[in-house]
Design a protein around this ligand. Structure first.
Ligand code: ADP
Length: 584
């Protein structure tokens, strides 16, 4: 409040100055008006008194009198219209040279004024001036005895008193006016300043981000409109801010959850943003101290990226550990001061691995098919070129080989078809409730001849009372058991022991096929389910294997919520355990 530049102080100063100016003008007009009025009245009454008749009288009196000056003085003093009161207005009788002959006051001399000079020249001197300190009138009275000058001099004490009075009134009203002004200024400022102060507090709150306060609109004037507009502005600002905030939350959620890594750098090359995916892909802690050079200095030059024009971007690759990353870099604003470089990181490890697997798979398929095809071709050519020279026995043997190889190709193609159906989810399964025990018995019966051919002892150990009910595709499950049993037969040297058992294990049913065959080296165990993976390729091929059996078995069991586990000691034997959920 005490500050000079506060609105209230300014208002007080302005109003006081205003009243001062007003009173000065009014005072000046009043005082000069009073003076003028008094002077005009003086000369009007003089004019009325000094009529031609009166002047003639004066002359007559002067001529008849023994002491004309005294007589004239008495006569004039007796003239009440002239208002000779000695104190302020006096009458003097002078001779034509301006010498005082008689006077109503004690003064024996008077100043030679313009009016007096006129009278000395025989004219009535009645000029007036507001600024003069006196008012006077000089009338020459020409007689035979000589010329007398009647001189009336007013020292203006009355008008000075009056103007003094007026001045006092003006000053008093000025003082009162100033006092009223100050009070008014305070009241006015209260009316004006209170809403402005509320607005000030409001703006401060809005600036601090608090939009909850709604200012009360108490008037319909400009300040009321301003307050209303302020409330509107705060509302719009709040909704805009909420929108922006929503947008930001959306973007930051996207930024945080996106699978691609994103990092952003300031024009100085310092990290300004990064998301969890980027931290994970780059396998290091990221913080604002990290620079572009540290992370991607080997792959790209920061200045070159900054110089790129939209929509150009720079693409490169980076290896982090066993990850392969694809990097896309671009400047993200044209204004360098607010821009920087954005790097989007795409993890292509899996994609590359899949590409590799696909390539290997195609190579494997080609290789697997080429071998039997070569055999078929060479045997067929031999038969053709030898013609009738080839003994019947040989020809039949060759034809047998051709049929065998054709069978093998058919098996491979069939297995591949089955796998591709699994891959595309097109495998049709007919789920029924059946007895796993019967299925195992069925498979063993079918495999028995093959086992006997290899002089294996195939024993079957099954629970007597339990049918081992299973819900699934019987044909497919039998295919899995068959594959496992036939593997045991294939990979066990002749005269081996193969034991097939089945039973319950809690909520699951199991089929366990154990052999005392060649076994599997530990390092190969994790790869057995890969397509075309075989420990000993020659042996597998020789025994008619495709290297796809266990892959198919695993796919089938997955669809039945089952599993397969292989335990083996190289050179001693293998245990393959299939597990399936039991039907209710
Ligand atoms: P294959 O058609 O070659 O038998 P599988 O997918 O059925 O293909 O088996 C993959 C590989 O696992 C086989 O080539 C073999 O090396 C190994 N294998 C499977 N079962 C046995 C087993 N009982 N004893 C030893 N090795 C086995």
């Amino acid at each position: 409040m005490g500050r000079v530049n506060s609105l209230r102080t300014k208002l007080v100063i302005i109003m006081v100055l205003l009243i001062l100016a007003l009173m000065a003008v009014v005072g000046a007009f009043l005082i000069s008006g009073v003076s003028r009025f008094y002077i005009d009245r003086f000369y009007d009454s003089m004019e009325q008194t000094f009529s031609q008749d009166f002047q003639r009288n004066l002359r007559a009196v002067a001529e008849e009198s023994d002491d004309p000056p005294a007589q004239l003085k008495e006569m004039l003093m007796a003239q009440s219209d002239l208002g000779i009161d000695i104190a302020t207005r006096n009458v003097y009788i002078l001779d034509e040279n301006g010498k005082v002959l008689a006077s109503s006051s004690d003064e024996t001399e008077v100043a030679t004024t313009n009016n007096l000079l006129s009278a000395m020249n025989g004219e009535v001197g009645e000029g007036s001036s507001v600024s003069a300190r006196y008012m006077d009138l000089a009338v020459p009275v020409e007689t035979a005895k000589g010329t007398y000058i009647v001189y009336i001099l007013d020292n203006r004490a009355t008008v000075d008193d009056l103007t003094g009075e007026v001045l006092t009134i003006v000053l008093r009203s000025l003082a009162l006016g100033v006092a009223i002004c100050i009070v008014l200024a305070f009241l006015l400022s209260r009316i004006l300043i209170t809403p402005i102060r509320a607005l000030t507090i409001g703006t401060r709150q809005v600036a601090a981000g608090d939009f909850s306060q709604k200012l009360e609109v108490s008037s319909h004037d400009e300040i009321g409109t301003l307050t209303r507009n302020f409330n509107d502005m705060a509302r719009v600002l709040q909704s805009t801010l909420t929108e922006v905030e929503n947008e930001r939350t959306k973007l930051s959620t996207l930024f945080l959850t996106m699978t691609d890594g994103v990092t952003a750098f300031s024009p100085a090359g310092r990290m300004i943003h990064y998301n969890p995916a980027a931290t994970q892909m780059l396998s290091r802690n990221l913080d604002p101290a990290v620079t572009f050079g540290e992370l991607f200095g080997e792959e790209a030059n920061f200045a070159d990226i900054m110089a790129l024009k939209r929509p150009d971007f720079f693409e490169c690759e980076k290896h982090v550990g066993d990850r392969e990353l694809e990097l896309f870099m671009a400047p993200f604003a044209t204004e360098q001061a607010h821009g920087g470089v954005l790097v989007v990181i795409h993890d292509v490890t899996e994609q590359r691995r899949n590409d590799q697997t696909r390539r290997e798979f195609v190579a494997n398929v080609s290789h697997e098919l080429r071998t039997p095809l070569t055999n078929v071709k060479s045997y067929a050519e031999t038969i053709i070129s030898s013609g009738s020279d080839l003994p019947e026995e040989m020809r039949n043997k060759f034809l047998g080989v051709i049929v065998n190889e054709a069978d093998r190709m058919t098996r491979i193609v069939q297995d591949l078809l089955t796998l591709s159906k699994f891959d595309y989810g097109k495998m049709e399964m007919t789920f029924t409730r059946f007895s796993l025990k019967e299925a195992v018995q069925h498979v063993c019966e079918a495999e028995r001849i093959d086992a006997e051919n290899h002089r294996h002892t195939l024993t079957l150990a099954l629970d007597e009372g339990d049918e081992l009910p299973v819900s699934g595709d019987q044909e497919r499950i039998e295919q899995v058991v068959m594959n496992v049993v036939s593997n045991a037969i294939k990979y066990t040297p002749d005269g081996g022991k193969i034991r097939v058992s089945a039973g319950r294990d809690g909520k699951n049913l199991f089929v366990l096929v154990s052999d005392n065959g060649i076994g599997i080296p530990e390092k190969d165990l994790p790869h057995l389910y890969e397509r075309f993976y075989r420990v000993d390729k020659a042996r597998s091929r020789q025994s008619g294997g495709t290297g796809l059996g266990l892959s198919i078995a695993q796919e089938i069991l997955n669809l039945h919520n089952g599993s397969i586990r292989i335990e083996s000691v190289f050179g001693e034997g293998t245990d393959v355990r299939l597990s399936l959920p039991a039907a209710e």
